[in-house]
Write a protein that binds this ligand. Structure first.
Ligand code: ZN
Length: 79
């Protein structure tokens, strides 16, 4: 489950783990004040850990694959 960062006016920034399907918290679980969700740190970590090289390679590969599929599908249409 991802951990989200929330900012509470009273408690400051805190982490809250919740299911990705759950709606964002509107109230602080500690004091009930209104909270704002901050940009998830997990996303940053994932983004960095994923690495640009792997992403580039994969997207290149994907493009090639898409090209092939596009060609074969247009060939199929033509015939
Ligand atoms: Zn609070």
């Amino acid at each position: 489950m991802p951990t989200y960062d929330y900012r509470c006016q009273k408690c400051g920034v805190f982490e809250y783990t919740q299911n990705i399907t759950e709606p964002a918290l509107e109230k602080c679980p500690h004091c009930g004040q209104e909270v704002k969700r901050l940009i998830s740190r997990n996303v940053n970590v994932l983004y960095k850990a994923g690495g640009f090289h792997i992403t580039d390679y994969r997207s290149k590969d994907y493009k090639e694959q898409a090209k092939k599929e596009e060609k074969s599908s247009s060939d199929a249409k033509a015939s």
